[in-house]
Design a protein around this ligand. Structure first.
Ligand code: ACO
Length: 330
């Protein structure tokens, strides 16, 4: 558990201009607006422009977060990018973002992969590094170009995902009662096959045959993932509330990972917390994986849903299966 010694100083987000609606998708795969809306709550998603990279989206979100924090590139000495769609297998997208933002060469930069839980993992990591006293200001970015790893012929997955980025700037907290109060991270073993990209890694380097078979696309057993996601998110939320001797109704706003409206509704029922305490934008962006929580957090702040003194709960799950929650006092 982190000590309450780090605080979010600014937030930012970015979504590409191109909107892909359910109606458009139903012209290319055997699906319908009605099926997608009723099964997932998604109406549309954003798709990166040709040549627009994960790093480009991360840079846009980071610039807005820096501006919000009233800090400049020179103030940043740590960058963590949560992504599983990096620009390149190596070097990290964080290094590319460092160069594009003109950050100091003394900044530590690395990527972190925990799929859709990536932002919560990265936030916890950055807060621990700042709490150590060895770093002062961190950029924590969630950025994904999922359109690049989705099989656009597979209706069971392509309707669910979208592109985007979100970022926060964190620094030491002047007030021990404010900031990241704690986290609860975890991983369910033996679930790799439920959600993975089977090809392209060191286990199965790309070959013409693997590419023809589509092994480099995301594969998912949706029904199984759904059940485990609800269980893991409920557990992560309950555990962290219990650790901090809090009731669910003391949370002013939950920022859940935006994968599926039905998953969010199930968590709302389990926690006995009405849906108006959950921030939802999955209808407009689909699942943007590691970008989903920081994008939602930024929209919630900019639309006035978060005020000084509020208590927020972040809760996520993703491939691994990883899961995690975080409590933030503003
Ligand atoms: N359009 C129309 N029909 C479809 C579509 C589609 N896009 N996709 C699947 N179907 C069909 C199926 O083939 C199936 O047909 P059948 O009964 O003839 O076999 C039927 O619809 C029902 O399919 P199910 O998979 O049972 O549908 P379900 O109600 O479970 O919803 C969904 C599917 C939306 C994928 C759901 O299971 C889900 O959201 N799961 C969690 C996924 C998730 O959140 N993943 C992200 C993890 S985060 C990360 O780390 C990337």
């Amino acid at each position: 558990m982190s000590t309450p010694s780090t605080v979010i100083l600014g937030t930012g987000s970015y979504a590409p201009d191109r909107i892909l609606t359910n109606a458009e998708l139903s012209k290319t795969v055997d699906t319908s607006d009605e099926w997608i809306r009723t099964r997932s709550g998604i109406r549309e998603r954003r798709i990166a422009a040709a040549g627009e990279k994960t790093s480009d989206m991360g840079v846009q979100a980071a610039r807005r977060a820096l501006e919000d924090a009233r800090l400049t590139a020179a103030d940043i000495d740590l960058v963590i990018v949560a992504t599983f769609t990096p620009d390149l297998p190596m070097p990290s997208t964080a290094c590319i973002i460092q160069q594009k933002l003109g950050l100091p060469t003394t900044a530590a930069c690395f990527d972190l992969c925990a799929a859709c839980t990536g932002f919560v993992y990265a936030l916890d990591t950055a807060c621990a590094m700042i709490a150590s006293g060895r770093y002062r200001h961190a950029l924590v970015i969630g950025a994904e170009k999922l359109s690049s790893i989705v099989d656009w012929k597979d209706r069971t997955t392509c309707v669910l995902f979208g592109d985007g980025a979100g970022a926060v700037v964190i620094g030491p907290s002047p007030d021990a009662g404010r900031g990241l109060l704690g986290t609860r991270l975890g991983t369910l073993g033996d679930t790799v096959d439920l959600l993975c990209i089977p090809g392209g890694g060191s286990n199965a380097p790309a070959t013409p045959a693997s590419i023809a078979a589509g092994d480099h696309f995301l594969k998912m057993k949706g029904k199984e993932v759904f059940k485990l996601a609800v269980r893991a998110m409920d557990e992560a939320a309950r555990d962290i509330l219990e650790q901090h001797h809090l009731r669910a109704d003391q949370i002013s706003l939950v920022i859940p990972h935006q994968a599926n409206l039905r998953i969010i509704e199930a968590i709302s029922q389990y926690l006995e917390l009405p849906m108006d305490r959950f921030f939802v934008n999955v209808d407009r962006y689909g699942n943007t994986s590691a970008a989903s929580i920081p994008l939602a957090l930024d929209e919630a702040r900019r639309s006035g849903r978060i005020k000084a003194g509020d208590l927020n709960l972040l809760v996520a799950f993703g491939a691994g299966l990883t899961y995690g929650s975080a409590l933030i006092r503003w």
